[in-house]
Design a protein around this ligand. Sequence first.
Ligand SMILES: [Zn+2]
Length: 553
Amino acid sequence: MKIEDVALKYALLNAKQYGKANEDAVIKKILAELPEMKENIKKIIEIVRKVVGDVNSLSEEEVEKKILELNISEVKKEEKKEILPDLPDAEYGKVVMRLAPFPSGPLHIGNARMVILNDYYVKRYKGKLILFYDDTIGSEEKPIDKDAYDLIRDGLEWLGVEYHEVLYKSDRLEIYYKYAADLIKLGRVYVCTCEKEEIQKNRRLGVECSCRSRSIEENLDLFQKMIDGKIPEGKAVVRLKTDMKHPNPAFRDRVLLRICEREHPRVGKNYRVWPMLEFSWAIDDYLIGTTHILRGKELTIEDMMEEYIWEIFGWKKAKFIHYGLLRLKEEGAKLSKSKTRKMIERGEIRGWDDPRTWSLQSLRKRGFQPEAIRNFILKLGLSETDVTLPVDILYAENRKIIDKIANRYFAVLNPVKISIDYDIKKVMIKYHPDFPERGLREVFVNPSEIYIEKEDFEKFKGSDVVLIGMFTVRLNEVSRFISNEILEETPKIHWVSYPNVKIKIVMPNGSEREAIAEDGVKELKEGDIVQFYRIGFCRLDDKKSFTFYFAHK
Ligand SMILES: [Zn+2]
């Protein structure tokens, strides 16, 4: 459907309902139906202005008649069907959700699901989204990276995620201590001073240790000693009295807090007792009023722990909604953040935005549009099954959007030089054959210096080809002019003449390819996305060195 038709449909329906059509209302409807058109908002405004003007000059009867004529049904006026199910017990305006990134690196395509689903539901229910950095101390294997805080925010903003508040676990240690002490006073937790191996063994056998019967006073005293640094790391933990006979051994008297002497990138060495994530969440989800928690379906222990603690305090429980893992069938997409960090430190990759990281920053660099990632995730829905998808599905979503904005240019990867026996100085070529309204560009031609792909030369040598935008030649080192006529069956090949520009294209596997591009690329700005014939979509990243990043075919 053409955009003019969509505009007319909504203008007519709007006029029928309110007497006169309203430009803003029509624009909103168009964008709801065709979100990708946001890219062309100026054009839409122009069209809508005209269409609304036309419709508002019609009489009521004429509007009615047109609606019938065009067979626009009222049904279509209904709101778009939501792709995702309702949240259980969600009240409009009262939903509170949180994003809980662990700052070990920027957000990665694998994190996009968690982020977009939360944002989607909060927007759908006009609720509140809290960006809550999950930055307890982490571990040796998975340390916090202090740059990750900003990288995460940058990625969220790029994705169009709207959060309303930012919180850090590392600011809230005193809060966790207070609630831990409350639990001690309730006799529900204890300080365990057993060795790690003994704890594990007891858990396996379902045996309680003698620490479990310590008095409240004793526990409070030991807990204070942990906080004050009077007990060394590894010598005491705070454990929750769940049940040492619980059928799930992992749930037997779980650890809530432990001592860790490592320095924290935000709060340094101010604290040495750190909560386990699930304990901190049990407290925080209550304190911030979380209503719904979207969580990977493998995190059932976390659910159990939160519920257990909420029950002790008699707190209102949030709802859990689970979803399956999303993996991309693409070698590089498996890179872990800690592995990536090591590679950056060793200078093996360019940085957090190297295409091999699959970070949001790297996707942005390649010319991915946030809307494409959002569409990709939302179409997957909220299923609990793990999905492994070919990366082509993501590419297809992006192509739908960038095809509408990218112009086509010539670039040749493996040049073979030919000449043509025809005097020609320049040609005019469409910026995009499917979008003639984008106009023409002038491409200079030097008949004695034409570069074509080696592959084309070998394949078509001696036969007729069309040099796109020029004419038909018989292809050879010296190619002979055949005709200005362009026959459909004649193969069409791209070319570059003189002047031209040497460009670099960074590929998804990190390698760099060199090419010669037509002089026209000089008119591009950094960030522009183009489509090079046969190569694919690329984004100009650095104009000084003419470095492009390859997006996809
Ligand atoms: Zn013990």
